[in-house]
Design a protein around this ligand. Structure first.
Ligand code: COA
Length: 431
């Protein structure tokens, strides 16, 4: 059968495509904008037909109707990371959470420790060889594609056909649904004075020729906009957003000095504007790869001068970073933070930055604290943390004693909290 005939034969409505789903199934859905809206809307509409179906995803963006505490015995969400659509359900307990390093989700799937019965994913239109590109969320979805009983693609002409290891052949596909809905756009945030100040400290420590991983959150974005005057930067990251595209356009990113995959930038998922999605289309400079490739610490560390820039919510005086919860309330997830902190530590000339505004809640709370709040989920350990940057400066912690760490961190705390922190450090025998 020709690939065109196979395409026609597999084409379904979203509702008909749901017939591949059985009670008890685990449906794997890619990160963020790679989630297929027509399929998830149809599943939401018909959720009461099913029993014990799980939808597993690292960052759900839309609030589909199946995200409903009243119907979790039919379809329940399982988060690898919480975002706006899932945080309240995670905190209330009716959305499940699987702790993970982003880099390891594919191996958990390959080993069957996370089930993957069905894949629902957005995809580019099919090329002349019968391939679709899962460019928006390559992540763990490629591992699920290799294992799943059924693969359902939502084919959308707005999805770029990217290069890399992100392709699925028509012969692997169980059903296809066509949609033309614009891809969700997530723009750069407005950058306030605090992120700007932190961004400046970090940018000053980034040498020309460095390779960047840029994390999630307002401050990593604030760093990026301050790098446009640098030269020969490279990209080896998990998320590609508009900030990175801007750096390419400014000429700051050339990828030519990269010591691993020179000339190419690599990422595993996209989150940005329509312009970014157009930029990704058949761009020879960009490769989208599974997350066990992009975030593998040994591979990423082959980039000399690897720079990791990631955000946290709370840091204690040893440098332990609680980046994903507020006390025992889950907020997000580990994502790639620990992967890239360790990769940057291993890289020759690498630097891992953890960025943190010194306060939260209108300056009423210090984010640098003597000990983490009870129940805090530790994201970056005291053994991995290196540069911690607030709007008051840079604390460099690796190789430093507990006492030196306390001194360094108190020096970048908001001045209103320094006396309190110094007294607490003395009680903890750190000073
Ligand atoms: N105590 C109480 N509240 C706190 C707090 C603290 N110590 N720290 C932060 N908060 C509140 C903030 O006030 C803010 O609340 P608001 O939305 O009501 O203003 C909220 O928590 C989010 O904090 P913020 O610092 O604005 O987060 P961010 O948007 O910059 O995102 C995270 C940071 C959550 C994404 C980031 O810490 C995270 O998840 N890191 C782990 C994953 C990661 O790094 N991945 C990188 C690879 S993609």
């Amino acid at each position: 059968m020709s690939i065109q005939d196979a395409y026609k034969q597999k084409r379904r409505t979203a509702e008909d495509a749901l017939t591949v789903v059985r009670d008890g199934d685990f449906i794997i859905v890619p990160t963020g904008v790679g989630e297929p809206p027509a399929l998830l809307t149809a599943l939401s509409q018909h959720r009461r037909r099913y029993r014990d179906v799980k939808v597993a995803q690292i960052l759900a963006l839309r609030k589909y109707a199946y995200l409903d505490p009243e119907t979790v015995e039919h379809v329940r969400h399982v988060a690898f990371f919480f975002g706006g659509a899932t945080r309240a359900g995670g905190q209330a307990g009716w959305i499940d959470f699987i702790p993970n390093y982003f880099s390891e989700i594919p191996s958990l799937i390959e080993r069957g420790q996370i089930a993957s019965d069905v894949v629902f994913s957005m995809a580019s239109p099919m090329d002349q060889h019968g391939y679709f590109s899962l460019s928006l969320g390559t992540d763990y979805t490629m591992a699920a594609v290799a294992r799943a009983r059924a693969i359902v693609l939502e084919v959308n002409p707005n999805v770029p056909f990217a290069n890399g290891d992100c392709h699925v052949h028509i012969s692997q596909v169980s059903a296809l649904v066509e949609s033309e809905e614009p891809i969700l756009e997530v723009g750069l945030p407005n950058i306030g004075a605090v992120p700007q100040a932190i961004g400046k400290y970090v940018a000053d420590l980034i040498e020309d020729g460095s390779t960047l991983q840029i994390g999630y959150g307002a401050i990593p974005d604030a760093v990026v906009v301050q790098l446009t005057q640098k030269h020969d930067l490279g990209i080896h990251t998990e998320m590609i957003g508009d900030g990175i595209m801007t750096l390419v356009e400014s000429g700051a990113v050339t990828n030519r000095k990269k010591t691993y995959l020179p000339g190419k930038m690599v990422a595993t998922f996209a989150l940005g504007s329509k312009k970014l999605y157009a930029f990704m289309h058949r761009n020879p400079m960009l490769e989208m790869h599974p997350v066990n490739f992009t975030n593998d610490l040994c591979l990423a560390a082959q980039n000399d001068k690897l720079i990791a820039i990631n955000a946290t919510m709370q840091v204690d005086l040893l440098g332990q970073c609680g980046s994903e919860s507020i006390g025992d309330l889950p907020y997000s997830g580990t994502g790639g933070q620990a992967d890239f902190v360790r990769a940057a530590n291993r890289s020759k000339g690498g630097k891992a930055f953890i960025v943190v505004p010194s306060t939260a809640k209108g300056d009423s709370i210090s984010r640098i604290v003597p000990v983490l709040a009870t129940g805090t989920h530790v994201t970056t350990s005291k053994n991995d943390v290196n540069y911690v940057v607030s709007e008051y400066g840079v604390a460099q912690l690796r190789g430093k004693s507990a006492k030196q760490r306390a001194q360094e961190l108190i020096a970048i705390t908001h001045p209103d909290f320094r006396a309190e922190l110094t007294a607490a450090a003395k009680r903890l025998r750190l000073l």
